[in-house]
Design a protein around this ligand. Structure first.
Ligand code: SF4
Length: 307
């Protein structure tokens, strides 16, 4: 059996298992193409959080990284949340611990804390509100504060600050290794090779890279942008998994991967075989301490209410 026939057989097996287990399969936009294709819903952190909150299924299989599955469990404590590969973490989320956030907060009394969903449940529990890259500007604006603490991503913090000049955004020194690596030179070279292409960049990129983009967008916003823009070609400055969704969203348009190095190894450890084995064996269930989950839920719900 060749790889494609094998993948198609596993796909059918997964769909049958999902029906049997009353499970919904949720996959992030950066997952492998065959994992995205077997999912009921593919999206960015905000879309996935909403799906997790809204589903009637009793089991959620989360193809993504650990903080995403944790967020699903926080939103749906009575459901079983399974991670096909529980070792899939996020280095950025690990750059801010609960202990560090507590000390940072204490040093800035009265200043609201906004945390990117790319953070642990413990960090969310110590935050006033969460945000994603899709709604970070709106979330901060909703606070009507002139100063905020923002973590863990310094680049998203800088993007928010650039959009809200009246707000002092005090950033934690965290970053995404995949997006931080992008250089101005790489973007300049790609733009020279594709002069009519629009440049779409994720706000986890450095400010000088964001400044070169036609638009700075979350992954779901990039999908909508590609569909509605009159441009025929796009230089995509985010993790390469999104190229699969872009080709589906805007067939016939051309998408240029900035560099093959724009790959998050953590997003790629989940395979279609692991999704099947996860459903077959009902593993690995993600648990969050009840008190931590209760406090984190407040920050996540406040974010979902903003939009
Ligand atoms: S792409 Fe970056 S922020 Fe997203 S999971 Fe990977 S390391 Fe974390």
């Amino acid at each position: 059996m060749d790889r494609m026939t094998q993948a198609a057989a596993i796909h059918d097996e997964i769909r049958a298992l999902a029906a049997e287990r009353d499970a919904v399969i949720i996959a992030h936009n950066y997952q492998r193409p065959e994992v995205q294709d077997v999912a009921d819903f593919v999206g960015d952190s905000l879309g996935l959080a909403r799906q997790a909150a809204a589903t009637d299924a009793s089991v959620i299989v989360f193809a993504g990284v650990h903080f995403m599955a944790e967020t699903a469990k926080i939103l749906s404590p009575d459901k079983t949340v399974l991670m096909p590969e529980p070792r899939a973490g996020c280095p950025m989320a690990d750059m801010l611990t609960g202990e560090q956030l507590a000390a940072w907060r204490e040093g800035h009394p009265g200043v609201p804390v906004v945390t990117y969903v790319n953070s642990s449940a413990e960090v969310k529990a110590l935050s006033d509100i969460c945000c994603t890259s899709a709604n970070a500007v709106e979330v901060v604006r909703s606070l009507r504060a002139d100063r905020i603490l923002f973590g863990p991503d310094k680049n998203l913090a800088a993007w928010v600050g650039s959009q809200l000049p009246g707000v002092e955004v005090i950033a934690w020194d965290g970053w995404c290794p995949t997006h931080e690596d992008v250089t101005v030179e790489q973007v300049r070279e790609a733009a020279a090779r594709h002069p009519s292409a629009e440049i779409v960049a994720h706000p986890e990129c450095r400010p000088e890279v964001c400044a070169m983009a036609t638009a700075v967008l979350s992954t779901s916003q990039m999908l909508r942008w590609a569909e509605s823009s009159p441009a025929e070609e796009f230089i995509v400055v985010t993790e390469e998994g999104l190229l699969h969704g872009l080709a589906k969203a805007a067939p016939g348009k051309r998408f240029v991967n900035l560099t093959p190095r724009m790959l998050c190894p953590n997003m790629k450890v989940t395979t279609i075989e692991k999704v099947r084995d996860s459903l077959a064996g009902m593993r690995t269930a993600i648990e969050v301490d009840a008190e931590v989950a209760r406090r984190a839920l407040g920050a996540v719900e406040r974010m979902v209410a903003v939009g």
